[in-house]
Design a binder for this molecule. Sequence first.
Ligand code: GLV
Ligand code: MN
Ligand code: MN
Length: 404
Amino acid sequence: MSFADLWRDLEPLGRDPGTGGYRRYSWTKADTQCRAWFTRQAEKLGLTVEPDNNGNLWAWWGTARENAIVTGSHLDSVPDGGGYDGALGVASALAAVEMLQDQNFYPERAVVLALFTEEEGARFRVPCLGSRLMTGTIDPETARALTDDDGITLAAAMAAAGADASLLGPREDLLQSMAAFVELHVEQGRALAPMGAALGLAERIWPHGRWRLAFSGRADHAGTAAFADRNDPMLPYASTVLAARRAAAERGALATFGKVIAEPGGANGVSSAVTAWLDARAPDEEALAATVTAVRSAAEFSSAEHGVALSVRQESYTPVVRFDQRLRDRIAGVLAAAGVTAPVLPTGAGHDAGVLTARVPAAMLFVRNPTGVSHSPAEHADLADCEDGVRALALVLEDLARLT
Ligand code: GLV
Ligand code: MN
Ligand code: MN
């Protein structure tokens, strides 16, 4: 199947007809459909698909369990996510293998397509969960106990989908079998378009993390409780949102509250509790720490002012990631030989490649996003750029899969 055909086949899975956004949450029906799609497409190419113990899928082209060249991404999405984030890397990996097979190329090293689980952390709140488990950067016991918004644990969600969470844990053998990981991904942000470049290469990922802020007050009547008598958690929450924006802007960082739950949720009542999630990212770890400290202080100050209790918990943290320079230079050389210039860019978005690079040389290829919009149904990449991405990935795999 061409890239365009693969894309058409994948496009309807997990898309909400109302918003046009994707709701491909891990271990749900949409996720099962995505896994089945990946398995079907990989098997059509003659690859052997193996689920691992952490919910990731691996499709092997070749049998040697050493020095494998791995490519792939994720198919889970944020709430009402775009179609390209993750999916572009998976579809491009399949299309690149098909392109190489059509050219009668046979890899001297195994080429492996990876499908990582819960990259977005949209359901269980820890991003890159599949790669973190594999590399041992999250404890399996902690992972099993993670809960979604309905209180369902990861262990229960996996069991309901026919997977066994008791087996979660690091996979030294898989890591040892990998010589390189190359993840193709839609660009998130808008750097390539002004440069007139269809493709880019990742230099580093900003350090980033998520913090859960729980403001607890007292429910009351919106029409009768005097302001002076209220303990309204919405007020410190609101001033914390504004403080976060200021604190981040002052430091060249980013801070976002994208998820908030007000309880009990009555339009005519003061809330009893407000739980909100801060996503903070910065060019370096000092700026990130200073931003989060400033947000926390603002939340504490304002909570005290309104007689509201506050608890803050870090749910995930990813230090700065610098991608392997030798691998990037090699890829840049392969692309340059084919007449492709790929500018080197930093990014504020997290990726499984970022988690893996601590253990395996990793690189990322970005495909131009003309508007820069991502984590949104408006996310887009032009078909011609996607096809350039597939050709580039095929060239890179062809080069890396040779025994040299
Ligand atoms: C993943 O896309 C993230 O950066 O949150
Ligand atoms: Mn994403
Ligand atoms: Mn992604």
